[in-house]
Design a protein around this ligand. Structure first.
Ligand code: SF4
Length: 368
């Protein structure tokens, strides 16, 4: 019998499972601020696989492995290898989001061999100072911050090439770069980051600073809008709009001089993308389910702490596939999250307070 995938109350299907493997991170980026504490009762590989199987059965074609920093998780390759056969049941891609600091050449090869298809690395600047500041490295001492940032920058730049050498081809969208841009903090890095993406033939995805979690000091005036980012970069290099794909988070632009081979050209058609969660929300077709490292399912990045569905009753002592699928389907059918749209509606009504949830679960816990 063919099962009909559930739709939420706003008619949205489940398409993406963002599975967090750890709440720990090796960085302390101020926009996320992990507390470095792992929640008790981390799921086992078998339990995680049961969650993935259930999500795929309900329509999720994309598995995005995340953290905290997922490369801190020893069982990462084993989980990828265990999930890879689910391609026969509708899983189209297995992707990883990482800060890249721990991505050695060997690790990139083992991840590829296990079945990983896509990596998105994070880099929020191109100088030691900017990278150190955005990674929360070096404390208040500017010299130490720049020195540590330089070390991190070198590691991430090397990680890009390790991933490429392992077979992650940016021309097929298998290797991308994420950067969070905060007005007055690292917006001076916009053009250098764009230049880096062009030089290396990578899609750079610029992400608006968001009010995730409760610790990042977010204020509306700290947001540099995606439109302004595109405008600034478009003044330097010609950009052609490519739009936002169905259920995607990023609006894409193609460099008008792509592939011309001239001085400073992308040489291979690198794209620019912007994620405008704050100024141009895309809740209308949001299809993402998040499951934390300890097995709590959330249906929005901005969910309130404690509002998730604890999946462990269907995972312990042994996974109960039918019960788990039913519980997730029921939760998805009750979903009506549209936080970013609500935030924007309040702004447009000149009421700059936070909408429905004034407290959000932390980003390092939810998986970004
Ligand atoms: S605010 Fe929530 S519902 Fe809207 S796009 Fe983000 S995660 Fe999806």
């Amino acid at each position: 019998m063919t099962r009909v995938p559930p739709l939420d109350r706003l008619g949205r299907p489940l398409g993406v499972l963002r599975l967090s493997l750890t709440a720990r991170c090796n960085l302390a980026c101020p926009y996320c601020l992990p507390d470095g504490v792992e929640p008790p009762g981390l799921l086992t590989l078998r339990q995680r696989l049961a969650v993935i199987e259930a999500a795929v059965a309900l329509g999720a074609g994309s598995l995005r492995l995340t953290g905290g920093e997922p490369l801190l998780h020893d069982g990462l390759e084993a989980l990828i290898a265990a999930a890879a056969p689910l391609r026969e049941r509708g899983l189209r891609e297995i992707a990883l989001t990482s800060n890249g600091v721990l991505l050695s050449a060997e690790r990139a090869r083992t991840l590829r061999a296990a079945g990983l298809q896509r990596i998105t690395l994070s880099l929020d600047g191109t100088t030691g100072e900017s990278v150190g500041r955005m990674a929360g490295a070096g404390g208040a001492d500017p010299g130490e911050r720049a020195r540590r940032g330089q070390v991190l920058l070198a590691k991430v730049l090397a990680a890009i090439e390790h991933a490429r050498a392992a077979g992650f081809d940016p021309r097929r969208g298998e290797l991308k770069l994420n950067a969070v841009i905060q007005r007055g903090v690292n917006d001076d890095q916009l053009l250098p980051l764009a230049a880096l993406g062009r030089e290396r033939g990578l899609e750079l995805r610029l992400i608006e600073f968001m009010d995730v979690g409760t610790r990042n000091g977010w204020q509306p005036e700290t947001v540099l809008s995606a439109a302004e980012m595109v405008d600034r970069i478009g003044h330097r290099w010609p950009l052609e709009p490519r739009g936002r794909g169905a259920h995607g988070t990023a609006s894409r632009w193609r460099y008008g001089d792509a592939g011309t081979g001239g001085s400073g050209s992308t040489g291979g058609g690198a794209h620019l993308a912007v994620v405008a969660s704050v100024t141009a929300p895309f809740c209308g077709d949001c299809n993402r389910l998040r499951v934390t490292a300890d097995g709590i399912a959330y249906t929005c990045l901005f969910a309130a702490p404690g509002s998730g569905l604890d999946l462990r009753p269907w995972l312990q002592p042994q996974p109960d596939p039918v019960g788990l699928r039913q519980a997730l389907a029921d939760r998805w059918r009750r979903r009506q999250d549209r936080y970013s749209e609500e935030r924007q509606e309040l702004w447009q009504a000149s009421a700059p307070q936070h909408p429905t949830t004034s407290r959000h679960a932390e980003m390092a816990y939810l998986g970004g």
